[in-house]
Design a protein around this ligand. Structure first.
Ligand code: UT7
Length: 328
């Protein structure tokens, strides 16, 4: 028997119905389908139109589906971690709102804020709790990005979409689980990708609203370079310290921020296209949901024992890579 690690035993996702197409964006800002497709790879993204619904509602849908799929009763769940960049409120945290919405009263929950790397950070954290003795841990990424996007800013409004997706972790000693993670961060990049106002530094005022400081601000070109370098660096470390070569990897599961970034990372390692999960054309950048949404979509194509490398880069900056063996 090997050491106890955390195995992914199920995955579920939720995307809102409304499709915001490139054609519709053309009517909103000075952009065009060709530019968006060639510069980002995005064709459409889903938007949660219902103003009464938040990130937690999408997270709750994904978690309900996950519980059903894995035959888990709500009160069997020991821990629920929610990664999000768009919490329902600054507090209480979104994890506990989701727990309430799906009827989980056992155990505990908390939120992780690491922007687009949030799911990787949360997955790694959840895995440690399983290694420490918890039996059922849910990790959910949920982001209503449309709530912080300025739909008059063509450099950001074309990128983001709304979604949630979740995985269930359980202990295993068969080696088929989360084996290793490299997580990195550098706060000096915080001025290149952020939401300026709404926190304790710049609480909401008429001025912050007028200055559009509650929306995402991104210096895309600068972030682009950091993103490729960061993910490539983390993947290299994970491959090296686990004695893996690129041939050993069955699937690369990259954060979906830009198709050109994904291609750039994959090309650095010569990963063939067929081994790289890409669904950015359908959903855009859903921040913490991109990676589990890919796992959800590819679930039928995955085989027990497949080697997966997950990688992400996001505001902070935060980035990293996780090596796992698929468990079912
Ligand atoms: O997920 C978290 C981490 N985030 C990322 O990884 C995102 C990283 N960055 C990116 O994906 C890209 O930088 C963007 C998609 C945001 C932008 O693409 P880009 O190729 O870096 O474009 P750019 O900002 O360098 O702009 C090139 C040109 C500019 O015009 P000029 O100055 O060359 O005349 C922009 O004004 O494209 C213009 N432009 C647009 N044109 C049509 C910017 N946005 C648009 C647009 N439609 N939507």
């Amino acid at each position: 028997m090997g050491r106890t690690i955390a195995k992914i035993v199920g995955v579920a996702g939720y995307v809102p119905e409304y499709r915001l197409t490139n054609a519709e964006l053309e009517t909103m800002v000075d952009t065009n389908d060709e530019w968006i497709r060639t510069r980002t790879g995005i064709v459409e993204r889903r938007i949660l139109k219902d103003k009464t619904k938040a990130s937690s509602d999408m997270g709750a849908e994904a978690v309900k589906q996950l519980l059903k799929k894995t035959g888990t009763a709500p009160d069997e769940v020991d821990l629920l971690i929610c990664a999000t960049a768009t919490p329902d409120m600054l507090f209480p945290d979104t994890a506990n709102v989701i727990r309430d919405k799906v009827g989980i009263t056992s155990g505990f929950g908390f939120e992780i804020s690491a922007a687009c790397s949030g799911f990787l950070y949360a997955l790694t954290t959840g895995a440690r709790f399983v290694e420490g003795g918890l039996k059922k841990v849910i990790v959910v990424g949920a982001d209503k990005m449309s709530s912080i996007v300025d739909y008059t800013d063509r450099s950001t409004c074309i990128i983001f979409g709304d979604a949630a997706a979740a995985v269930m972790l359980e202990p295993t000693d068969d080696g088929l689980g989360i084996i290793d993670s490299v997580l990195e961060s550098d706060g000096s990049g915080r001025h290149l990708l952020y939401q300026k106002a709404g926190g304790s530094l710049h609480p909401a005022t008429h001025e912050t609203v007028e200055n559009k400081e509650h929306f995402i601000y991104q210096e895309g070109r600068a972030v682009f370079k950091y993103a490729i370098n960061g993910m490539v660096g983390s993947i290299k470390q994970v491959l090296e310290r686990n004695g893996l070569s690129k041939e050993d990897i069955h699937w690369l599961v990259p954060h979906q921020a830009n198709k050109r970034i994904i291609d750039g990372v994959a090309n650095m390692f010569d990963f063939p296209k067929e081994k790289v999960m890409v669904n950015i054309q359908k959903y855009g950048n859903t921040t913490t949901a991109t990676i589990p949404l890919c796992l959800w979509e590819w679930e039928d194509k995955l085989h027990k024992g497949d080697n997966l490398i997950l990688t992400a880069f996001g505001g902070g900056f935060t980035w990293g890579a996780t090596f796992l063996k698929w468990g079912y």
